[in-house]
Design a protein. Sequence first.
Lengths: 672, 101
Amino acid sequence: MLSRPAKLAGGRAAYLSTHHSPDEHVIALAGNPNTGKSTVFNALTGLRQHTGNWPGKTVDLAFGRVDLGGRRAVVVDLPGAYSLLACSEDEAIARDFLCEQGPDAVVVVVEAGCLERNLSLVLQIIELTPRVVVCVNLIDEANRLGMQVDGEALERELGVPVALTAASSGCGIDQLERTLADLIDGRLQTKPLPVAYPPDIEDASRELQSKLPTLPSAVSRRYVALRMLDTDPAIRERIVESIYCRAKSISDRAVSRIPSSAPASRAAAESGIDDVLTSRWLGFPVMLALLGGVFWITLAAANYPSALLARILFHMEWWLSVAFRAAHAPDWLYGAAVLGAYRTMAWVVSVMLPPMAIFFPLFTLLEDLGYLARVSFNMDWCFKKCGAHGKQSLTMAMGFGCNAAGVMACRIIDSPRERLVAILTNNFAPCNGRFPTLIALASLIAAGSLRASLLVAAMVLLGIAASLGMSWVLSRTVLRGVPSSFILELPPYRTPQVARVLWRSLYDRTLLVLRRAVIVAAPAGAVVWALANMTTPAGESILTWAARVLHPMATVMGLDGFILTSFILGLPANEIVLPILVMAYSSSTALTEITGLAPLGRILAANGWTWLTAVNTMVFSVLHFPCSTALLTIGAETKSARWTAFAALMPTALAIAVCCATRAAARLLGLA
Amino acid sequence: MERNSDRGPKARALKDLHLGQTGIIRSVNASGMVRNRLLDLGFLPGTEVTAVRRAPMGDPTAFRIRGAILALRAQDSSLVTVTPIDSLQMDAETETGVKAC
């Protein structure tokens, strides 16, 4: 099985060659955003790709294999597209794939509850290729809303086979597979009924077709001729009108209302929920409460596994030490391997992993429910005022998971200026690697998990404010301009597949963090141990020397030299900042306990930490430079060394300024 | 509370529809990308569109069109002209008193 999403940056033609052998069939999965396309993909391939509930989410292509009664085929999940005409980057990818790769079959996934709009894409695709199966998904949802879709009527109207599915429960997938097998084997001949355009457009198209040169076999001549004609805005409007007119008449014939009162009450209930979640007075408070609630659950639930892991790993360190001594290993090897590499890894696993593994699925559930689209709707006004694109709230939300992913997601923003604004400010959304740091420090200075979660929420709000504020500054200085258009779809609420989301994210997160703990944290730990134990000619360790050099500046910022040094050494991954700091401190204070929050508190207190030090460390963590992975991604996405340098320097300058300001304010008020 | 009939079936910008009010699209006056995007999502002359909700800060506004709910910023929805039709679905209109257009 293969699951790696192919990167598009490295040339489009290359991706199929690396993913399928010539005797395999290629099936493309197309459809509007939010039609449950990814769920159909999962149901077909058994490959659990993450499903999102917001428009334009699938930016990279995902591949999977399906067995159609003995024939193997590669299924390609194309980015969600409303149309093949308009062309955001996502839509261009979908269109180019259909035109250039000439797949053996195209499954167009449509949402049963919104057939008319979805059919406009179907009508465009059957113009391009006849080998189409229409998969009417979410029929269960439509039924609940009082709508019944007549598959046979739809087949008659479109001239291509139709499968009715409810992919989340696997319903109808076998029929879809059978139809695909028949289509690929040629047992099923489709006769698509294309849209009839007004006579003058049809005439012009025929005339153009006769003058076109030879085209690749995958591309229909009519399609090319029409695309040449629709560069004229007036013709384009008439073409789109004809498509929608047809879509409406098909939908009117294929969809019937179930005469019953229950569905109406469900729609009303959904609308009632939205009235609260987006209301003038409750919209923002509910958002904050949910945010705080998510942190509270994370904080409270992470305690136990964290303590357990700490005990186990501490125990293992003891055994490791015994083994090293028994083998008469040299001190430097013991130090680098156990005190450096192992301890850092143990730290990341025990203190950092549990919050990450709990936060991520909670966030995914909110996303799958459709709530993030409402957050985007509520927040858009702020982004507009800051000269940013409305989708920036979505890319920022992705940044909470990982800033590198958030930066890459900025491809869903069409306008280059706003995309750059979104990329440069993504880092202010504290990623999963920084949450545990925030949570650990907040737990130390705020009594009780409720107050601690409020403090974490305040830090996240600081990040969001910084993101908005810097977008505002950028839009008025180096990236001057007005926001371009923005249309956001608010999908119906959908019950997330809770068990699957929990299991998948727990599993994925844990694996990811463990892998990073071995690949990044352990080597970094060994290096830092070396820095803490190799001495300069003056007799102090390199780490102490660096901390001493940085100390004056750090003092002004309400931090100390070791903290700044740890942030700099933590460039490869944010989750190792705190472990490095502990190591740096313990090398000078000779504390022997390793993991867990209580020893952390003692180590920090012994090194002169006050509440202000903790707050400023949190502030610096939220605002400082992106980690090296995020920086590399920014470099790849902007293709500019200058913007990448800017993306590192701008947040750092802001972090320094804010830390200096909080310290000055605290002193002025006599608080510290 | 004002009744729409006071103003008659005069064309107005989409952004000026009251919540709960339905209009028929007359024209899409945008150009370039915005225009193409609006057309693709079904904002075409003759289409029914209903204003369903406004974001907490008053912008954007969500519209029901062709079975989907789409949110548009005022700067974009001001480019679409509609003729309001009297809607029976007035329950949301209590809110419109706040924002007289």
